[in-house]
Design a binder for this molecule. Structure first.
Ligand SMILES: [Zn+2]
Length: 696
């Protein structure tokens, strides 16, 4: 048994924007391209020489280049389907930054104030599409590629001719080769032949614009990516990451050699941004750094981007020509377009008697009138822009919507079977037990879903903790990133006083360090909203450390999980969803679930049988110094957090690693808290333990 004695200084950490923000994936994707095509790397070196020569002589001092832009919003009906207002806001920020009209230029440190410059490049939404028809330049597509993956064969399928438009894809997530996550990325000009659909920019919806899903802090990613698209390297060079070394150049004359910054250095402490050469400040405020406090392009970067716009290697020299500005409707813009009808709704599953709010989300033209039809709803029709509809009869219903303006009426859009109305009468009353002994899955009790269709959880005789069967998700059933779930029948918990959910599961890895995730949720509103009550991911999910494949558990491999349901103990309609999400990297093993039990007990703790045991906190009450004692079966990282009775955080602590065995851990509060009740949350591997702490 091992003893560890540590002191944790709660309140000593400052919560700030951390290194958790995603960065740009352009270097990663270019490295991959060059690895597969060494000739292209040589070609890029030649282009670089041309750009350098052209940069030196580009001379349009009073002209502004205008580039036609089209945004492709890929979505699956979630918040990633951002509003046109958010797109216009994001475009405004891009133009502001490129014109050096951003108010935060006042923060630029003195040595760079005179080098910061307008690029003389601006961007405008196209008003004519490639066929010459009216467009708002913002196109919404229902498309699974919103989970953008550079391995997918269907990405870039919406690109308009990149020699005529700058194409920007706005997506929900970005995964590049090797599971690398990015906020955005693009390719340098010349990577592909002129007109290739891959010649486009991809940006995450929540790193774009400052409204809707965007935020001011993350709103400059597009500015950065357009820099790459116009041939700018990172200020720290194109072949290493930020903060690594000073040996790479960005081929721009007026940007000093820099190591690159992942966080914003303190402007008042020059040594923190004079890493490469003492006394020489680095341009950490450049849009092409990773500091997330960027404010400027240099004059030299503007010249290099203008050179890219005069170069025919990728057809960028056509974008700003008068003929193209007419063809894309930047000059003589077209009149308002006919809307394309679409709508959103705030819930898809409701109990009988509940309401759903529908909201117009028409695009392409701003509608002035609406026509809705609600089969099964009250009212059955509406002309409001955001009608509220009550559903009183169980069933599954369609909704039909069309919109119009002075330019004409949209085609009606019908969304089929989008509203499920459930008779709120539970199939079972607690206590309840499911051992998967009696019938195959799915059945009248259990609903199964698979995000990519196909096979799913099944009744299996391969293994069981009790009886002869369990529920099994076979290792061969899923593709990567796939989500499968099984949802229990509704159980009335109000018939017992101390409900607990208890179950067992068993799984192993195929190869180390897979990041598969297993979550359990509860819902008390007919499946409309789900609360996570258990979550395990990566190595912490594993109950058997071996890599035998296919994995078949023995008795010792089954982990028992007990979850206190006190917070929903009065629910007369509770359902539970068991969900498994596959890693982005191929390869997973079987997972089994058995002995799902809703029982009435005061004898259990909220715990896992094989994880954190004998959790004790003393003295309690205390004046602010107390000791935690607990046993671990495996090495675990644990994160501690103290909150008041309203759930408000009273401080923040780093995650710390503890060894298997008994651990003794002292907490000293560095500032006096008002006497009263607080809660210490100990979180590890997605599991949360809460202890009441009384401060005297
Ligand atoms: Zn970048």
């Amino acid at each position: 048994m091992k003893n560890l004695f540590l002191t944790l200084f709660l309140f000593s950490f400052i919560i700030a924007f951390s290194q958790d923000e995603l960065h740009c994936g352009t270097d990663v994707i270019m490295k991959k391209i060059y690895a597969g095509n060494p000739d292209l790397k040589r070609k890029k070196e030649i282009i670089n020489k041309q750009m350098a020569m052209q940069s030196a002589k580009v001379a349009l001092p009073n002209a502004t280049y205008v580039i036609p832009v089209v945004f492709h919003i890929l979505h699956q009906g979630g918040p990633e389907n951002i509003s046109d207002d958010q797109v216009r806001d994001g475009l405004k920020i891009l133009n502001r930054d490129f014109a050096k009209k951003n108010p935060d230029t006042t923060d630029i440190i003195p040595v760079f104030k005179n080098i910061a410059d307008s690029t003389k490049i601006q961007f405008a939404l196209a008003t004519k599409n490639p066929q010459g028809f009216c467009t708002s330049g913002i196109i919404h597509y229902y498309d699974t590629d919103t989970d953008w993956d550079d391995q997918s064969a269907t990405i870039y399928s919406h690109t308009w001719d990149p020699t005529k438009y700058m194409n920007i894809y706005i997506v929900k997530s970005i995964t590049l080769t090797g599971g690398f996550g990015a906020a955005g990325y693009t390719y340098f000009p010349g990577t592909f032949s002129p007109g290739d659909p891959y010649d486009a920019i991809v940006v995450l919806n929540n790193y774009f614009g400052s409204i809707g899903t965007g935020s001011n802090f993350l709103s400059r990613v597009l500015t950065h990516e357009v820099g790459h698209w116009l041939d700018l390297y990172h200020v720290f060079g194109g072949s290493n990451g930020a903060g690594i070394d000073c040996n790479n150049d960005d081929l721009v004359n007026d940007t000093p050699t820099t190591i690159g910054y992942l966080n914003c250095p303190d402007a008042a402490v020059p040594s923190t941004y004079q890493t490469c050469t003492p006394g020489i400040s680095e341009n950490y405020q450049n849009y092409m750094d990773y500091s997330y406090c960027c404010r400027m392009f240099t004059h030299g970067q503007g010249l290099r981007m203008q050179a890219a716009l005069q170069n025919n290697i990728a057809g960028r020299d056509n974008l700003w020509t008068n003929a193209n500005l007419i063809a894309t409707g930047i000059i003589n813009p077209t009149a308002p377009c006919v809307p394309i009808a679409d709508f959103k709704y705030n819930r898809s599953k409701v109990c009988v008697g509940s309401t759903v709010t529908f909201t117009d989300a028409s695009w392409n033209g701003i509608p002035t009138s609406h026509q809705w039809t609600f089969p099964g709803g009250t009212p059955a029709a509406s002309t409001a822009s955001a009608p509220v509809v009550t559903y009183n009869t169980p069933g599954i219903y369609n909704v039909i919507h069309s919109s119009s303006n002075s330019a004409g009426a949209s085609s009606p859009v019908t969304k089929t079977q989008i509203i499920t109305v459930i008779n709120q009468s539970a199939s079972y009353s607690a206590t309840w037990f499911e051992g998967f002994e009696t019938s195959a899955l799915p059945n009248t009790d259990w609903d199964l879903t698979n995000s990519s269709g196909g096979a799913n959880w099944q009744q299996s005789s391969d293994a069981s903790f009790t009886g002869n069967f369990s529920a099994k998700l076979d290792k061969t059933y899923n593709t990567r990133k796939n989500i499968t779930s099984m949802t229990s029948p509704a159980v009335n918990l109000s018939t017992i006083t101390n409900p607990f959910l208890s179950f067992r599961y068993a799984t192993a890895e195929v190869t180390p360090n897979h990041v598969n995730t297993f979550k359990v949720y509860s819902s008390i509103d007919c499946g409309n909203t789900w609360n996570v009550i258990y979550s395990k991911t990566g190595p912490a999910l594993i109950t058997n450390p071996g890599n035998a494949s296919p994995f078949i558990p023995v008795a010792a491999d089954w982990r028992k999980v007990d979850i206190n349901l006190a917070s929903i103990s009065s629910a007369n309609y509770a359902t539970f969803k068991f969900e498994y999400t596959r890693d982005t990297i191929p390869g997973a093993n079987n997972i089994f679930v058995d002995d799902i039990n809703i029982l009435n007990t005061t004898a259990l703790n909220d715990q896992e049988q094989d994880a954190l045991l004998n959790f004790n906190l003393f003295p309690n009450p205390s004046k602010g110094n107390f000791i935690l004692s607990f046993d671990l079966l495996t090495n675990q990282k644990i994160k501690f957090k103290l909150t008041d009775v309203l759930g408000k955080s009273c401080g923040h602590a780093e995650e710390l690693l503890f060894n298997a065995g008994n651990n003794i851990y002292a907490i000293e509060l560095q500032s006096k808290l008002a006497p009263g009740i607080y809660f210490l949350t100990s979180e590890f591997s997605g599991k949360i333990f809460v202890k009441k702490v009384v401060i005297e």
